[in-house]
Design a protein around this ligand. Structure first.
Ligand SMILES: C[S@@+](CC[C@H](N)C(=O)[O-])C[C@H]1O[C@@H](n2cnc3c(N)ncnc32)[C@H](O)[C@@H]1O
Length: 259
């Protein structure tokens, strides 16, 4: 997957981060893009404050899968400093170029399947949105365990992960069409190809399984809630949902506190 991110980041990094179909082909206004990050961080912090969990504002924050630093920079304003970590060389280079070197914001590349580049308990807040959904569950679990390790006691980890996929009428129709395509190929006729735009790999893990992962580490699960982050037109305006969507990926945000 690293190669996919590198290619996407060098072609259109804004669209690689927020793939709102309306913004394809350089359509993102950088100002609107970064404004969405400030809004998202404000929304998330207001939400977790509402849960009555103290936020350790005097500690450092980690933004896992930081992309262009859309969330890292606003996190740095709310915590003593923020570190954005990303697997992609180009994303880290662009983020550093865009935001410049500063005592409060740092971008680091990490290609390891763990977060050994960080010490135990180095952060008081870890946040990750629209990242783990692109990783195989085995790896997502490994990183979630690492989020806990790098968070100090009393600190908070907030991460997003899809729970399941709901097949709607349109999806069922597509399945039928795929059957037709297979029949065409069996009959020796060429299959119809779809457009060549990047389709990100998506993975989900049901909430009971995620809770099992979390039962194996020293944390209290404070809240699990539905969000709009897997909406195909997600443009960075994070919203909490009362009900799952009728079709498509069901996105959940987990808020855990390290014991
Ligand atoms: C859809 S973007 C989201 C960026 C950022 N979280 C935001 O919302 O603005 C996903 C980012 O995750 C990064 N990523 C993917 N796999 C990763 C991994 N194993 N470790 C760190 N970053 C990763 C990609 O390079 C990309 O920048």
């Amino acid at each position: 997957m690293r190669g996919v991110w590198e290619r996407a980041a060098s072609e259109d990094p804004y669209f690689a981060v927020l793939s709102d179909p309306d913004k394809r082909g350089g359509g993102w206004d950088p100002e609107a893009f970064f404004r969405s990050g400030a809004q998202e961080v404000a929304t998330v912090l207001a939400y977790v404050e509402g849960l009555g969990v103290p936020i350790l504002h005097d500690s450092a924050a980690l933004d896992f899968g930081c992309g262009l630093g859309r969330l890292t920079v606003p996190l740095a304003r709310r915590f003593s400093r923020a570190v954005g970590v990303d697997v992609s060389t180009s994303m880290v280079a662009r983020a550093t170029e865009l935001h410049g070197p500063s005592a409060r914001v740092e971008f680091r590349q990490n290609v390891r399947e763990d977060l050994r580049i960080f010490e135990d308990g180095e952060f008081g807040f870890v946040y990750s949105n629209i990242v783990l959904q692109h990783l195989p569950p085995r790896l997502a679990r490994r990183y979630v365990e690492e989020f806990v390790r790098v968070t100090r006691t009393g600190g908070m980890v907030v991460f997003q992960l899809p729970d399941s996929y709901r097949e709607g009428v349109a999806a069922r129709l597509r399945t039928m069409l795929r059957v037709r395509t297979r029949l065409r190929s069996l009959l020796g006729r060429p299959a119809r190809t779809s457009s060549d735009h990047v389709e990100w790999e998506m993975h989900g893990t049901p909430e009971p399984e995620v809770r099992q992962w979390l039962a194996g580490v020293n944390v209290s699960v404070r809240d699990v809630t539905l969000t709009n982050a897997t909406d195909p037109a997600f443009n960075g305006e994070l919203r909490y949902l009362a009900n799952p969507p009728f079709q498509g990926w069901v996105s959940k945000q987990y808020c855990i506190v390290v014991d």
